[in-house]
Design a protein around this ligand. Structure first.
Ligand SMILES: [Zn+2]
Length: 89
């Protein structure tokens, strides 16, 4: 298990200011990911849900979701590389 995997969005690998699921990965913040637009604690509550959401988002061209949040200047594959294998595939 990657030591800081809880810091990243399970769908896209973006690193928000607050951990999407809290420091221990069990308490979702219910915030919207500015990158992929997932709601932490909702569509990403299961590995199957994460994969389904990511599939749709990538198929749509992986658009940046929140125009008021500055881009993190990472490529899609750089973000995806931070996601735990359990949420990929
Ligand atoms: Zn995301």
């Amino acid at each position: 298990m990657h030591s800081d995997e809880n810091a990243y969005c399970r769908v896209c690998g973006y690193e928000p200011a607050d951990a999407p699921w809290g420091a221990d990965g069990t308490e979702p913040s219910w915030e919207i990911c500015p990158c992929c637009g997932v709601e932490f604690g909702y569509e990403d509550a299961s590995a199957a849900g994460v994969r389904k959401y990511r599939e749709r988002w990538v198929a749509a061209g992986a658009p940046w979701s929140d125009p008021t949040t500055p881009l993190d200047d990472l490529e899609l594959n750089e973000r995806l590389a931070r996601i735990s294998p359990r949420y990929l595939g």
